[in-house]
Design a protein around this ligand. Structure first.
Ligand code: AMP
Length: 356
């Protein structure tokens, strides 16, 4: 089967066309600046990236452009849309209703809409993506894959929704397989460090705790999100800055994190440059970020009474070696020693970055 995988954000859309038998990625890319101007990045397996600037007033035009690129006679990955057998949609919040992926029906969309309040930045965009694909590919089955589903196994005492579940699930399995470990007899901590960031404790292949909670605001310090704070801070900011609750939440979601602390950027490539130039606020932001990750790893080693492997993933986890090094520097008590040479050169590929 050829499966089109869509991850629809509020102003962007990432996609991959995957042959599910061979797991080959036939084509991939993204649409950016939807509703602003519009930019399509398309890359067929083995060819260079193509970038097309074209108006994308809504997600529907964006998806239409992706489909046109996929069937382009010269650079398309398939000959016609009939070769796309199914579409998989990432859906951020499935509440308590979905503990697994489901075929999307009107009832499923209604249930996802009921969770909009819990993920106001994400769920409405996911539904727009689903609706746009339904309109353009009416007879192709659509499947919803929920960020929250993997976390439904958490014990009552740790209960929360949690996010990035597809990543934590995939990466814990991948780490066990890479290390030749039996997943059913393993203690793995996954650090998903991207613009949004979370840590999970995965015991015998099942999630037993994770750092995001009711919403994706809890836990680690993120690109623009505060992560854990003293709840009293809300009242403090409201009074000091003369803000209502929406104003305070806007500060915590969009103006905090490493962007707020550094005053430079939410993007770790910019932060690394500022760090190297000696920018004190950027240095502080990177130190706070790394320290918070290390504290969560310590907490989850305690929650599982040990840990067999720690896996880093997402944009920062996969690419930003100096942050991985900072985090690992806290973990000597677990017997972890960094292999600095391998760590420095590891970007976007699987590798063992601690010493044997
Ligand atoms: P994500 O949300 O997973 O896309 O991760 C975004 C974060 O990863 C940003 O802070 C980026 O600066 C960081 N990052 C660092 N190096 C890279 C890279 N080579 N490609 C993409 N993201 C990167």
């Amino acid at each position: 089967m050829n499966v089109l995988v869509i991850n629809c954000g509020s102003s962007s859309l990432k996609y991959q066309l995957i042959n599910s038998d061979s797991e080959e990625v036939l084509a991939k890319g993204l649409c950016e600046r939807i509703g602003i101007d519009g930019r399509l990045v398309y890359q067929k397996e083995g060819l260079d990236k193509e970038i097309t600037e074209a108006p994308m007033p809504t997600h529907k035009e964006a998806i239409q452009m992706v489909l046109d690129a996929l069937v382009n006679p010269k650079t398309g990955a398939v000959k016609s849309l009939a070769e796309i057998d199914a579409v998989g949609h990432r859906v951020v919040h499935g509440g308590e209703k979905f503990s697994d992926s489901v075929v999307i029906t009107e009832e499923v969309i209604a249930q996802v809409e009921e969770c909009n309040d819990l993920a106001p930045l994400h769920n409405p965009a996911n539904i727009i993506g689903i609706r746009a694909c339904q309109a353009l590919m009416p007879n192709v089955p659509m499947v919803g894959v929920f960020d929250t589903a993997f976390h439904q196994t958490m014990p009552e005492k740790a209960r929360r929704y949690g996010f990035h579940g597809t990543s934590h699930s995939f990466v814990s399995k991948e780490a066990a397989s890479y290390l030749g470990m039996d997943l059913n007899n393993s203690k793995i901590i996954v650090a998903h460090l991207g613009n949004g960031a979370s840590v999970s404790a995965v015991l015998n292949g099942k999630c037993v705790d994770t750092s995001m909670g009711l919403t994706p605001l809890e836990g680690l310090v993120m690109g623009t999100r505060s992560g854990d704070i003293d709840p009293s801070i809300m009242e403090f900011i409201a009074k000091k800055e003369n803000l209502d609750i929406d104003g305070v939440m806007n500060v915590l979601n969009k103006k905090s994190g490493v962007a707020g602390m550094s005053g430079v950027s939410s993007d770790f490539r910019d932060l690394e440059a500022a760090y190297n130039e000696g920018n004190e606020r950027a240095i502080a932001a990177v130190e706070v970020f790394s320290y918070r990750v290390a504290k969560y790893i310590g907490a989850y080693a305690a929650a599982m009474n040990g840990v067999d492997a720690i896996a880093f993933t997402a944009g920062i986890g996969e690419n930003t070696s100096f942050v991985r090094e900072k985090i690992m520097a806290y973990l000597g008590y677990l017997g972890i020693k960094i292999d600095r040479v391998t760590n420095d050169k590891t970007r976007g590929v699987e590798a063992l970055i601690s010493t044997a």
